[in-house]
Write a protein that binds this ligand. Structure first.
Ligand code: PLP
Length: 398
């Protein structure tokens, strides 16, 4: 069927809950995606930081096939060998002790919020309040939404669950003022992804960690977007050496197969007892086997280190572009989670790139986000950069 025909059908039957590009994709490999008319696109969005090892990686495909033939799902009343192995690997990589598997980033954050609340109730004299940052993004389910410090996502859905407060990112004094005797946990992204790619300031984080230590407050890091090598380390907390009590991960772990993970230190994790929290599938065999294979590929190919080096090279390149293209105001990010802040609205630029075969997105009205696969081939990277630069230059001259 023609793409126009497919789009007509889509627009009749799909709920219009996101602004979609007018395209139907039919296949993808590495960092290249193909639409129903065989047009090729370079993918600098990676399914929003999901396809960390590229599309249809042969080892991921093989892992899914093998697991599908072996065992997929038995319910959370039982164990799977792959689940145990993945939990062990994630615990080792994250520096935490225990894992709860679910199906998405939002669900991982729901679990983190509930665990912090239960621990607060039991061990911290009934403290229950969670403070998160303005411009944060933690997901669309009600708890995660209540923790998301962006009114534009919240307004239509009030009343939201109680017990959430917000403070400006990187402003220690404001957090000191927001913290009260009711505060049980601080929830933070180390680079705010959806909020515009805003890296945390090391001094701010150090200050918060010290307050948490003094006042018995838990530190929760949402590494759904930053996790698994994206910023140049397996987990972004490893850049700054401040380990959280609870950490959430998702996106790249499943490469498109739904999975989320909430990790916690032994002391905190034991607050959950049988019956406190669960989900029927909770990852499942396909997702666990994909997670294991992704981690093997990342380790064998040193992908976090590659992301770090490539990120530094790209930042240096974009800084050079700033001399030639005056609409680029700022370049920011860690590893391969990058943004270009422009002096003008970026949506027309995003659409022009799309028309010329490059997938990027506007993470803020004036900021473009770049999230290439951690193993993007040099040729694909250069080709995508050529399109981006050309579009930026043309726009600057208009
Ligand atoms: C930092 C962060 N947390 C949570 C989420 C929600 O994850 P999901 O869309 O898998 O529910 C996202 C999604 O973009 C995210 O970037």
């Amino acid at each position: 069927m023609s793409m126009a025909g497919l789009l007509t059908r889509a627009n009749k039957v799909l709920i219009n809950n996101v602004r979609r590009f007018p395209v139907v994709f039919t296949r993808a490999t590495g960092s290249r995606v193909y639409d129903a008319e065989q047009k090729e696109y370079l993918d600098f969005l990676s399914g929003i930081a999901v396809q960390a090892v590229g599309h249809s990686h042969p080892r991921i495909t093989a892992a899914i096939q093998q697991q599908a033939e072996k065992i997929i799902h038995v319910s959370n009343y039982f164990y799977l060998e792959e689940q145990i192995e993945l939990a062990e690997k994630l615990a080792t990589l994250s520096g935490l002790d225990r894992v709860f598997f679910c199906n998405s980033g939002a669900e991982a954050n729901e679990a983190a919020i509930k665990l912090a609340r239960k621990y607060g109730r039991q061990q911290l004299g009934g403290k229950y309040e969670i403070i998160s940052a303005y411009d944060s993004f933690h997901g669309r389910t009600f708890g995660a939404l209540a923790a998301t410090g962006q009114p534009k996502y919240q307004e239509s859905f009030r009343p939201l669950p109680a017990g959430f407060r917000y403070a400006p990112f990187n402003n220690l004094q404001a957090w000191e003022e927001a913290i009260s005797e009711r505060t049980c946990a601080l929830l933070l992204e180390l680079v705010q992804g959806e909020g515009g790619v805003n890296p945390i300031s090391p001094d701010f984080l150090k200050g918060l960690a010290e307050i948490c230590r003094q006042k018995q407050i838990l530190l929760i890091f949402d590494e759904v977007q930053t996790g698994l090598g994206r910023t140049g380390k397996y987990f972004a907390w490893q850049h700054l050496g401040i380990k959280p009590d609870i950490l959430t991960s998702a996106k790249a772990l499943g490469e498109g197969v739904p999975i989320g993970a909430m990790l916690a230190s032994e002391k905190i994790a034991t607050a959950f007892q049988p019956g406190d929290h669960s989900t029927t599938v909770g990852g499942g065999g396909l997702a666990f086997s994909v997670g294991l294979e992704v981690l093997r590929i990342m380790e064998e190919e040193n992908l976090p280190i590659r992301a770090s080096h490539l990120g530094q090279e790209l930042i240096a390149l974009f800084q050079k572009w700033q001399n030639e293209i005056p609409i680029i105001k700022e370049v920011r990010g860690w590893g391969l989670l990058l943004a270009l802040e422009l002096s003008i609205p970026v949506q027309p630029i995003v659409l022009k790139c799309f028309e010329r075969g490059l997938l990027i997105n506007a993470v803020a009205p004036k900021a473009i986000r770049l999230l290439p696969a951690l193993n993007i081939e040099q040729q694909d990277l250069e080709e995508g950069l050529r399109i981006l630069k050309q579009v930026l230059m043309e726009t600057a001259e208009e």
